[in-house]
Design a binder for this molecule. Structure first.
Ligand SMILES: [Zn+2]
Length: 142
């Protein structure tokens, strides 16, 4: 490993709307919300359904399985990162897309292929924030 970037990664700040999500990642659970009115599953957290505006929504645990939807490889060090690192959008099995990083693999176009299966891993940053990151799924394509 090369030395850690000395600046802290820019951290998300839990809000009342997102607290359930951060409580979830801390417990190694990826939490989405599902609308009881129209069965839409969505992310990021909000107190009403983005599809039908119903407030009849509940928190559900995601499987943690996803596919790589899009990414860019950032060649320069960023806060909390050694270069290069991927900034990716993954599509969760449940439907919503999430901005994340792909870890535990080479940060190259050869290693990162669109639609590859990935799975969530959790990286505790501090007592409050555990980030959901994704790595290539064990066993490759299902
Ligand atoms: Zn709805």
């Amino acid at each position: 490993m090369s030395e850690q970037a000395d600046r802290p990664r820019r951290m998300p700040k839990p809000t009342p709307e997102t607290q359930h999500f951060w409580d979830g990642t801390r417990a190694s659970e990826l939490r989405l919300q599902r609308c009881d009115a129209c069965a839409n599953t969505y992310f990021p957290p909000r107190p009403f359904c983005p599809a039908c505006a119903s407030r009849d929504v509940q928190v559900v645990a995601a499987s943690g399985r996803a596919t790589l939807h899009a990414y860019v490889i950032n060649q320069r060090p960023g806060p909390g990162f050694d270069a290069p690192h991927s900034i990716a959008v993954v599509e969760l099995e449940e439907g919503p897309r999430m901005m994340t990083n792909i870890v535990e693999c080479d940060q190259t176009p050869e290693a990162l292929t669109i639609d590859m299966p990935v799975e969530v891993v959790y990286e505790a940053i501090d007592d409050e924030i555990t980030l959901p990151l994704f790595r290539p799924a064990a066993g490759g394509a299902s």
